[in-house]
Design a protein around this ligand. Structure first.
Ligand code: HEM
Length: 137
């Protein structure tokens, strides 16, 4: 089998049985049939995502490099995305980037509030100075 073979979601969905189990992870297709019984996380979880996109499930667990090496050995092809197919699942990289953005956004918000607080305080101070000066004159 060539790792360059392209599979559509419909073709992959036909392989969802324990004895014939395909998974999609990061748009690559893996034949996990020989691995189901050996999976340290149990066969149930693999069967749950059999014939589907398992990217999120796989990444959520935070699998080790060893797990990724096993995965490479099971590679049989890539996903041929067609019109109307589900969008690629969010990967850890993008979600990390999103949270980084959120953190930055939050940080900026806080600084904006602090900064405008200073501007207001300074304005109030200057105003009171002028008023005092006005009274004295
Ligand atoms: C073909 C794809 C997969 C491979 C090659 C794989 C491989 C492994 C390996 C080697 C481990 C041992 C810990 C580690 O090295 O990270 C593991 C643990 C685990 N896997 Fe997977 N896995 C796959 C897919 C999945 C999926 C789709 C799920 C769905 C939730 C899953 C859930 C788990 C869980 C929960 C553990 C932790 C088990 C424990 O620590 O008791 N795995 N997997």
């Amino acid at each position: 089998m060539s790792a360059d073979k392209e599979y559509t979601y419909a073709q992959i969905a036909e392989h969802s049985a324990k004895k014939d189990l395909f998974l999609v992870i990061h748009d690559k297709v893996y034949d996990t049939t020989s691995f189901v019984d050996e999976h340290p996380g149990g066969e149930e979880v693999l069967l749950d995502v059999g014939g589907q996109d398992a990217t999120e499930a796989f990444e959520d667990v935070g699998h080790s490099d060893e797990a990724r090496e096993i995965l490479e050995g099971l590679l049989i092809g890539k996903l041929k995305r067609q019109e109307g197919d589900p969008k690629p699942k969010i990967t850890t990289t993008t979600s990390a980037a999103t949270s980084a953005n959120n953190a930055a956004g939050l940080g900026f918000g806080i600084w904006a509030i602090i900064f405008s607080g200073f501007i207001l305080a300074y304005g109030a101070y200057r105003y009171s100075q002028y008023q005092e000066a006005g009274v004295k004159i």
